[in-house]
Design a protein around this ligand. Structure first.
Ligand SMILES: *[C@@H]1O[C@H](CO)[C@@H](O)[C@H](O)[C@H]1NC(C)=O
Ligand SMILES: *[C@@H]1O[C@H](CO)[C@@H](O)[C@H](O)[C@H]1NC(C)=O
Ligand SMILES: *[C@@H]1O[C@H](CO)[C@@H](O)[C@H](O)[C@H]1NC(C)=O
Length: 284
């Protein structure tokens, strides 16, 4: 089967829970292997068969193009925390059909996730029945809000995000997108499988202050909910009540300096869904 170094490759790939064979299907081959873009589909199985070919190890990156593009999404993994759960995200990816079973010509994996798994956006239907019924789903979110100049700010680490805290940040008028980095990042909460309700988020008065005193239309945060646990729903109600704000949650902000960037955040077009995983990146 695998030579020693190839075993290492297969092992590290499976540890990432993104089977190497899936890469062939989702077109990420160029990303994972560099040039050439599409190495011998089928003819050169990714793991274990071909002897001593120069198969490079898949590259895992948080930055691209020499640091110009910064990935601020969390990669999906089984021990990624989920709201109010101790279980993480088990079994989110399953190889449903495989050549190993004999009958199929390719591998097909299945996803099983909540719409609020990992880095994701909330649509107004998340907390409002009337918006849910009226169809204010993630497919209705404005791409002009989800993409554009954004400011990454550090929140004082000794408090949840209250009106006073927001006022102290002096975010200039005209800023439309802000990513709030908090104690959650220092505590590496997104790297702990068990949900931790002591995370930092907006208090209701903080959310209201933001609506009343700023031009912010996109709020990003570094754990699973934009609202602090004890005021989770009230904070969401304020942000989504008039459909004024797009909420982006569970961003990975640990390797990025505070400052101004161009944000690109692209949720899936899940019509009917009140949330969606999103790929979010910053461009310098
Ligand atoms: C093989 O087929 C069985 C029965 O259809 C299925 O349950 C299993 O998940 C398949 N395994 C793989 C790796 O495709
Ligand atoms: C599909 O996955 C199996 C492992 O179950 C692997 O042996 C096989 O080479 C894969 N087939 C393709 C076409 O990638
Ligand atoms: C933020 O609020 C949560 C409860 O929602 C609390 O457990 C936590 O200690 C607070 N964090 C800070 C830094 O005050």
């Amino acid at each position: 089967m695998c030579t020693v170094w190839k075993r290492t490759l297969c092992y590290s790939v499976s540890m990432e829970l993104l089977p190497c064979f899936l890469l062939l299907l989702i077109g990420a081959t160029a990303l994972a292997y560099g040039e050439p873009a599409y190495p011998g589909y089928g003819a050169e199985p990714t793991c274990g068969v071909k002897e001593e070919s120069a198969m490079p190890a898949p590259e895992r990156r948080e930055e691209f193009d020499g640091g110009r593009i910064l990935d601020i999404s969390h990669y999906y993994r089984e021990d990624m925390p989920a709201f109010e759960s101790a279980e993480g995200t088990p079994g989110f990816l399953r190889l449903a059909r495989s050549m190993r079973n004999g009958s199929d010509i390719a591998n097909f994996s299945e996803l099983r996730l909540t719409a609020h798994s990992g880095t994701h956006v909330d649509a107004p239907g998340h907390v409002f029945e009337h918006y849910y019924d009226a169809g204010f789903d993630v497919d209705t979110l404005d791409l002009a809000v989800l993409n554009g100049p954004a400011m990454l700010v550090d929140v004082p680490r000794d408090s949840n995000i209250t009106a006073d805290v927001l006022e102290s940040l002096h975010i200039p008028k005209g800023v439309r997108r802000v990513l709030f980095r908090t104690l959650n990042t220092d505590r590496k909460l997104m790297w702990k499988k068990e949900f931790d309700s002591s995370y930092v988020g907006f208090m209701e008065d903080g959310a209201q202050w933001l609506i009343d005193n700023t031009d912010i239309r996109l709020v990003g945060i570094d754990y699973l909910s934009v609202g602090a646990y004890e005021e989770c729903i009230p904070a969401h109600l304020v942000f989504l009540g008039k459909r004024e704000v797009i909420i982006v949650e569970a961003l990975n902000l640990e390797h990025v300096a505070a400052g101004v960037y161009t944000l690109h955040c692209l949720p899936l077009r899940l019509r009917g869904a009140e949330g969606s995983p999103a790929r979010c990146i910053l461009i310098k």
